[in-house]
Design a protein around this ligand. Structure first.
Ligand SMILES: [Ca+2]
Length: 254
């Protein structure tokens, strides 16, 4: 792995760890695997804490790894970006304050909720994601979840300025339901290969997109692509997406 991508991987792991540490419902130990990977990517000169179930000890270790990443050989611009990126996961979860900093690093426009059950029941872990493009295969999506039997919802708001004809393409193992403005356009309990939804006509405005994904056993993946006006299917450009509001009206008109 090149140095920039190792750093970027370390920052991603740090952000994931901090998000878990800030989530009162998530066990602190769930952050440990992320921190171990961050430590490895960063080549950090620090020791894991003895108490790996202590939120405070793990947060201190995250700070050490972060400090290592942001020191010495890094350029001032990178150092600033590194700190901002490492904190984004946590900040976005708590207050979204970072938006006021004018930063050019955007937190993801998708609201993801991960459940340790295959039917969206029980507590969930909420994260911001940049895209629905996950090929976990046999790995856990998060340390707090198993390799099998989990579920997740992904929601965002798609802005269109002109009428759009869109076909959504989904790859999912195992089950997926996809809806636009509450209308289910793909509903497959066990799709094989790419599932292409019917053409959807979108009026100019804001549209709520939602993916409900279930992993039962074996390999796990969920990928969303969209073909706009007959173009080849691509990931949705995050410039077109807004993070949904809480409550019953996630994507109010502008
Ligand atoms: Ca599976």
């Amino acid at each position: 792995m090149s140095e920039p991508s190792a750093r970027s991987a370390a920052l991603g792991e740090l952000a994931a760890a901090r998000a878990i540490l800030l989530d009162a419902k998530a066990p602190a130990s769930a952050a440990l695997e992320h921190l171990r990977r961050a430590h490895e990517h960063a080549g950090a000169d620090s020791e894991p804490p003895d108490a790996t179930d202590s939120r405070r000890a793990l947060a201190a270790w995250a700070d050490q790894i972060d400090a290592g990443l942001a020191s010495g050989s890094l350029s001032p611009r990178w150092r600033w970006g590194a700190r901002a990126a490492a904190w984004i996961g946590g900040l976005a979860l708590v207050v979204g304050l970072w938006r006021a900093t004018g930063d050019d690093i955007e937190p993801g426009p998708w609201r993801a909720r991960y459940y340790a059950t295959a039917d969206f029941s029980g507590d969930h872990i909420e994260r911001r994601e940049n895209d629905v493009n996950f090929r976990w295969q046999q790995r856990r999506p998060l340390p707090a979840l198993g390799r099998d039997h989990f579920s997740a919802t992904f929601e965002t708001c798609l802005r269109t300025w002109k009428p759009r004809n869109v076909r959504f393409h989904l790859v999912a193992n195992n089950g997926v339901r996809f809806s636009v403005d509450g209308n289910v356009v793909v509903d497959e309990t066990s799709p094989r290969g790419v599932k292409v939804g019917p053409a959807v006509e979108l009026d100019p405005g804001v549209h709520h997109l939602r993916v409900d994904y279930v992993e039962r056993k074996g390999r796990a993946e969920v990928v969303l692509r969209a073909s706009l006006d007959g173009a080849r299917p691509q990931p949705l450009n995050s410039d077109r997406l807004d993070y949904p509001n809480p409550g019953a009206n996630p994507c109010p008109a502008k």
